[in-house]
Design a protein around this ligand. Structure first.
Ligand code: AAO
Length: 512
């Protein structure tokens, strides 16, 4: 018992499992490919006032410039150095963003691409976002510096030098992921260099890291560089706080490498979550929302306190990575809002909301041939700013799902019900389901092809509540549907299957 308590205490101090958000804020948003200047503004004008906990930013370190195809989004996953210098902005702009976001209580999480450098076929020259010279063929990255000694070429046993079989754990860790030069993280020099890069970001004030391609690194090697990390900057975090760590490990089952191998380092991305939720909401494979009663560990997911979850991410929204065609995205807005609403209402995991840019999706034989298209940009390749329309949506082809009323209000819902138990589950045996979060919130979905008309126990105190999906409470009155909860907690719900949004959510702060 004492040992257990000690472990719990140590775990709390490590903090790599907790997102280090300010109290009462729970969700992260991935502002994919945004400029630092726009993120700083968004923290102040939108994320803080609406209770967002933090932002996952695109990789901030210098990357290769790819011109064939023309400036794909994925060039940012091919590092050339650890200088803070990308299409999103330079180090001054990055610092300004971190400071301004932290000052309004919104945290910044960096996507750390430390498994590899650019492709073996990356060529040589100064075609990098800051003009640093490199020679991929010679494994020479003087701006770090890394040289031939620092890569796994000698260790990988495949003929191509690339990962050829995900069933072989040695290939997956020691060979090149899609030809990306694989760093030798067993070397103390490489570990220290990676840690120095991350410490630079920690000192600037970031709250944690997404560890890209964690599956392709040995868990012990990740541990080794994490052990070298500083505590977070005490200008915004209490002394002794460790960075939040979530590792990108795609484990859909069926491969020898599992997410659980990485629990010692921090959380892991639970890819089953979005893949399964998409299947259920699409009603594929005979799935029904009624089956969501034991959502979470009951579906074979990692423990809730080790999971980082999302409906879609920057890869699987365009057919990269894993998850397949069941993944819901902004392209399927009606179902997407339901899925994100369910995720944000449900207590499982730390939740991340996706915020995308629109691209000219074009399918040929079921494959999106434009899956590479980069962020909205000008002719010179610079990323276009995120403009804000009068109706609060975004311009310049930024989708801004996080600004959709239904999604933004569910981010607030999750904050209001934080710590409350999953309660009062109801289902009709089909695709009409409802559940509460203690006496703080209640949500009900109709994903059947007929109307829902039911009276249920909400667990909420008596009163009139404003539905935060069809509208919200503004200046004490409700812009949308109202729900009357009786003295015994019961309330009646009517949801047509033809409604624009076939779900209703109410919570303590939406009481009139
Ligand atoms: C680009 C080009 C490549 C070129 C390369 C170098 O597309 O053709 O060779 O440059 O010139 C991103 C892009 C890549 C891009 C790369 C570098 O997505 O297209 O390559 O930047 O510019 C694996 C990894 C996972 C990775 C994912 C994309 O495990 O870590 O692939 N995600 C991260 C980032 C991602 C980034 C990188 C890593 C690299 O989020 O944006 O790449 O920094 C299986 C495995 C998965 C594996 C997938 C895809 O999944 O389990 O681990 O993900 O395959 O290869 C079923 C199975 C499921 C399986 C899936 C697909 O669903 O259940 O397990 O099928 O087969």
């Amino acid at each position: 018992m004492q040992v257990l308590l000690l472990l719990v205490a140590v775990g709390l101090c490590w903090g790599q499992y907790t997102p280090n958000t300010v109290p009462g804020r729970t969700s992260l948003v991935h502002l994919f490919e945004w400029r630092w200047a726009d993120i700083a503004l968004e923290c102040e004008r939108y994320l803080a006032p609406n209770g967002f906990g933090g932002v996952q930013v695109s990789p901030p370190n210098e990357n290769i410039v790819v011109t064939n195809p023309n400036r794909p989004w994925w060039e940012r996953y091919q590092p050339v150095s650890y200088r803070i210098c990308t299409r999103s902005g330079n180090e001054d702009e990055f610092r300004d963003m971190v400071t301004r976001c932290n000052n309004v209580g919104v945290r910044i999480y960096v996507d750390a691409v430390v498994n590899h450098m650019c492709s073996a076929a990356g060529g040589t020259g100064t075609h990098s976002t800051c003009g640093s010279y490199f020679n991929a063929g010679n494994r020479d990255f003087p701006a770090v510096p890394y040289s031939g000694w620092d890569f796994n070429d000698g260790k990988c046993q495949t003929a191509s030098g690339d990962i050829e079989n995900y069933g072989d754990i040695y290939q997956v860790r020691d060979c090149r992921l899609v030809s990306l030069l694989d760093l030798a993280l067993e070397k103390d020099y490489v570990r220290s260099t990676v840690a120095a890069y991350m410490n630079h970001l920690i000192d600037i004030g970031v709250a944690g890291f997404r560890i890209d391609a964690a599956k392709h690194m040995w868990p012990g090697d990740i541990r080794a560089f994490l052990d070298k990390l500083n505590d977070l900057n005490t200008q915004w975090f209490s002394a002794g706080t460790k960075p939040f760590i979530y590792q990108e490990v795609i484990d859909l089952g069926g491969e020898p490498i599992t997410g659980s191998e990485y629990f010692g380092n921090g959380r892991v991305t639970e890819f089953k979550y979005g893949a399964k939720l998409g299947t259920v909401i699409r009603k594929w494979n005979g799935e029904k929302m009624a089956y969501l009663k034991n959502w979470g560990e009951g579906w074979g997911f990692v423990p809730s306190d080790r999971a980082l979850v999302f409906v879609d991410n920057h890869d699987n929204q365009r057919g990269h990575g894993a998850g397949g065609s069941s993944i819901l995205t902004f392209w399927d807005a009606r179902l997407y809002k339901m899925a994100v609403g369910f995720m944000l209402a449900h207590p499982y995991g730390v939740t991340r909301v996706m915020s995308s840019f629109r691209w000219p999706r074009y399918f040929v034989d079921g494959q999106d041939v434009n899956d590479w298209v980069g962020p909205p940009s000008n002719d010179d390749g610079s990323i276009k700013p995120v403009t804000i329309n009068e109706d609060t949506t975004c311009g310049n082809d930024w989708v801004c799902e996080h600004r959709w009323r239904q999604i933004r209000n569910m981010v607030i819902f999750r904050n209001v019900v934080d710590g409350e138990p999953f309660s009062n589950w109801w289902d009709n045996g089909s695709n009409q389901v409802a559940f509460g979060r203690g006496n703080k919130g209640f949500i009900i979905f109709n994903n059947d092809d007929w109307s829902l008309n039911v009276t249920l126990q909400t667990g909420l105190p008596a009163g009139t509540y404003c539905d935060v999906i069809s509208g919200q409470k503004e200046d004490g009155s409700c812009t949308a549907a109202e729900v009357r909860v009786a003295a015994d907690g019961m309330a009646s719900f009517l949801i047509s299957n033809k409604d624009e949004d076939a779900f209703i959510a109410i919570h303590a702060d939406a009481k009139l």
